[in-house]
Design a protein around this ligand. Structure first.
Ligand code: ADP
Length: 333
């Protein structure tokens, strides 16, 4: 916030400097043109035949009077220009400050969200690291640690390493938004790639994946679309009971392709629905059950990636009734 204030003041100072230079330049030009015009004497014989009829005294008087008036007028011009500058610089100063705030606000918000994200990510990374550290310390401290105990420690450490790997690869996905190239893409091909990514975890729970996506083309990045569908399928598998079915289908409406991913899982409570796309948000039930490991990053990443491809993501769900996630992407005509 302090940085934001000082950056705003610095930008305001720059705007003011530019405004002052412009005002001074404008005033100098106006003053010079004005004084030249005011001091211009009428051409000799400008009064034609009347000039000859005027006496010398009268002519001197007229010339002096004209000079005094020109001086007064140029004095008034100077005062008016001064007033104009004071007004322009004071209202300009206020506008410059508001403009600087308006210009810098999105940058400040992005920096704030970046800082929040870094601290959340660090927190998530620290948990498995602390678990590993304490397990290793216990194993090293004990003089009676058997080979079996060591194996148990290493197995547990390996699980934490897997958690760290999953987390870091999700974090890496977030940096992909800059590299996205949107082009005509076969939706079914992206879905097949995603299904291949999750097929082994689906098999472990005997979950069937019914894929009826046709050859529709969307304007998307195929690899990124496959990543998004992988995230949604990962969740569908995580939050579904054994021997259930996940269905993937597509429909088209107007200029939009809709991709539906439905599961028969535990569904999502109404009060969680508004938050599940937030970073690091996990419904309470997800935190308490061991088998549903996660970091609350998947859906926020999916939403960010789909938005970067000019699409949207929505969910329809109710507790115990399963969930349907719908991706909308521009159709390639
Ligand atoms: P994670 O799965 O790692 O917790 P996500 O961002 O992918 O993080 O999901 C956020 C939350 O949304 C999950 O914790 C879970 O409560 C809920 N959720 C996501 N997908 C589903 C689903 N298919 N069925 C039920 N709940 C889901």
């Amino acid at each position: 916030m302090k940085l934001f204030q000082s950056a705003t003041l610095r930008l305001t100072a720059w705007y003011m400097l530019i405004l002052t230079v412009l005002c001074l330049l404008f005033s100098t030009i106006v003053y010079n043109i004005g004084s030249t015009e005011l001091n211009r004497q009428p051409p000799k014989g400008g009064f034609g035949r009347y000039e000859a009829t005027l006496g010398d005294d009268l002519q001197d008087y007229i010339a002096k009077e004209r000079e005094t008036r020109a001086e007064e007028a140029s004095h008034r011009l100077l005062i008016n220009l001064f007033m104009f500058n004071v007004l322009a610089l004071s209202t300009g100063g206020l506008c410059a400050y508001l403009l600087a705030r308006h210009t810098l606000r999105p940058i400040a918000q992005a920096m704030e969200s970046q800082a929040r994200f870094s601290s959340d990510a660090a927190h998530e990374l620290r948990t498995p690291l602390s678990v590993m550290q304490s397990e290793i310390e216990v194993a090293l401290r004990s003089k009676t640690t058997s080979k079996h105990d060591l194996q148990a420690t290493l197995t547990s450490n390996l699980e934490e390493v897997a958690r760290l790997q999953a987390l870091t690869s999700r974090l890496l996905l977030l940096s992909q938004t800059e590299k996205i190239t949107v082009e005509p893409t076969r939706v079914d091909e992206a879905v097949t790639d995603a299904v291949n990514n999750v097929v082994s975890s689906a098999q472990k729970k005997h979950i069937a994946i019914e894929n009826s996506v046709d050859k529709t083309r969307a304007l998307a990045d195929q690899a990124v679309l496959a990543d998004i569908v992988t995230i949604l399928l990962d969740n569908a598998i995580k939050y579904s009971p054994k021997k259930s079915t996940i269905r993937i289908s597509n429909t088209a409406k107007g200029k939009t392709v809709r991709l539906h991913i439905s599961d028969e899982g535990r569904g999502i409570h109404k009060h969680d629905l508004a938050h599940i796309f937030d970073r690091f948000y996990r419904a309470d039930t997800s935190r308490t059950k061991d088998e549903t490991e996660g970091h609350g990053l998947g859906l926020s990443i999916a939403k960010r990636l789909v938005t970067a491809m000019n699409g949207t993501i929505q969910v329809q769900s109710a507790p115990g009734k399963g969930s349907t996630f719908t991706l909308r992407l521009p159709l390639d005509k």
